[in-house]
Write a protein that binds this ligand. Structure first.
Ligand code: SF4
Length: 391
């Protein structure tokens, strides 16, 4: 296995200076229209100007107002005087031997989050973050050891998609036919943070990603993963409309309380109730149950049988995730034979149970390994073990 490549991107020309001007990235269409009105754009033109600028930014990936040639020169200068089009700054890009790319990006205030691009034969998935650190403390998750610093803005969330498209060179030429084969074809909100604890910003960012005059990603190509913030689950269907995944990981409340502490607030029964009522659930839009395979913790045959019993009646698929160790982690990955036996029981019960191939392990980009060096790392090894009931 060749050594991963780390490129110190700071030496490359920054994609945009920090201008102190109002950044348009992340504004909703209505927010953009209001911003244009504030600089004196005539009311009757505002909607059209919004559409034009929106397309330049999100369809063509243009960052320079001067290049927006369907706008009058004077108006472009006006825009330049008041606004900027800024993305989070890529601090480092690391490429794994298996092609996975991990970006460490810096956002306002100097905080850092991680973004991971996973290329596959039939798709390219971007795993994006919604918080710096996390509000929750799932004991198998590296991010969970990092106290929440803050929520990301809608601009910082959609900015992760845009900077990955920059790196992949995926912005279409103006007038070019629509490119159906995308390098970045899927988005998963499975990076750092609990997306449903930052609902509005996640919603606004995903609306930009799904906008037919924007990044034009189908809602069925976007999956939001929650650890179980029950009150916001139905809202996800109503206001975002993307696919849903749940960090499930256990089949008893006793174990799930330890692995996913939010279970103490909304336990398995309550969570499954919300999923049964999920407005968009259907065989064509199954809910993904994420299940991390932890040796001797949640990987028994009894667990597998209990799992399929619990989710009966919910159109679902189960993603089995071999645990990816991180420094100080209190768990071990289940043996492969155990994982395959577990998958077999689930599969025989009629559920798709793919085993997620760990990607980017050599660059700490695999599921549950993300953590930025941003301050306020909270827990020592002893704390983590105690939290997991192992201390
Ligand atoms: S699994 Fe998700 S919700 Fe849990 S600590 Fe990690 S990032 Fe937060």
């Amino acid at each position: 296995m060749t050594a991963p490549i780390t490129q110190d991107v700071l030496t490359l020309p920054r994609n945009l200076p920090e201008t102190g001007k109002r950044n348009l990235v992340g504004l909703t269409r209505e927010g953009l229209r209001e911003a244009l009105l504030e600089i004196g754009t005539p009311e009757k033109q505002a909607k059209m100007r919004t559409g034009q600028i929106w397309q330049w930014i999100y369809q063509w990936g243009v960052r320079d107002f001067a290049a927006m040639t369907n706008l009058a020169k004077a108006y472009r200068a006006e825009l330049e005087a008041h606004f900027s089009i800024e993305l989070p700054e890529v601090v480092t890009k690391t490429v794994s031997a298996d092609g996975t790319r991990k970006y460490l990006v810096r956002i306002a205030g100097g905080h850092e989050v991680e973004v991971v691009y996973i290329p596959e034969t039939d798709r390219g998935t971007l795993c994006i973050s919604s918080q710096v650190g996390c509000t929750l403390t799932c004991s198998f998750c590296h991010t969970g050891t990092q106290k929440l610093v803050r929520n990301l803005t809608a601009g910082e969330i959609i900015g992760q998609v845009m900077l990955a498209r920059d790196d992949l060179g995926e912005w279409p030429e103006q007038g070019a036919p629509k490119n159906e084969t995308r390098l970045l074809s899927n988005i998963v909100l499975m990076g750092m943070g609990e997306p449903l604890h930052n609902f509005e910003n996640v919603r606004d960012a995903m609306k930009i990603a799904m906008d037919p005059e924007g990044i034009q990603l189908s809602r069925r190509r976007i999956t939001l993963s929650t650890s179980g913030v029950v009150p916001e689950i139905a809202r996800t269907a109503e206001e975002i409309g993307c696919l849903l995944a749940v960090s499930f990981h256990a089949t008893t409340d006793e174990v799930r309380d330890r692995l996913v502490p939010i279970n103490k607030r909304w336990n398995i029964e309550t969570l499954l109730g919300a999923l049964r009522d999920y407005p968009r659930v259907a065989n064509s839009e199954r809910i993904t149950f994420e299940y991390v395979m932890l040796k001797g913790v949640n990987d028994s045959d009894a667990d597998a049988r209990r799992l399929v019993k619990l989710i009966q009646g919910i159109p679902a698929k189960i993603n089995l995730i071999p645990f990816n160790e991180w420094p100080g982690s209190p768990y071990e990955r289940s043996d492969w034979a155990r994982i395959e036996k577990f998958a077999d029981i689930v599969h025989k019960a009629g559920y798709a149970s793919p085993i997620r191939t760990p990607r980017g392990e050599d660059i700490m980009a695999a599921c549950g390994q993300l953590k930025s060096a941003t301050e306020r790392a909270r827990k020592s090894r002893k704390d983590i073990a105690a939290e997991a009931g192992l201390g």
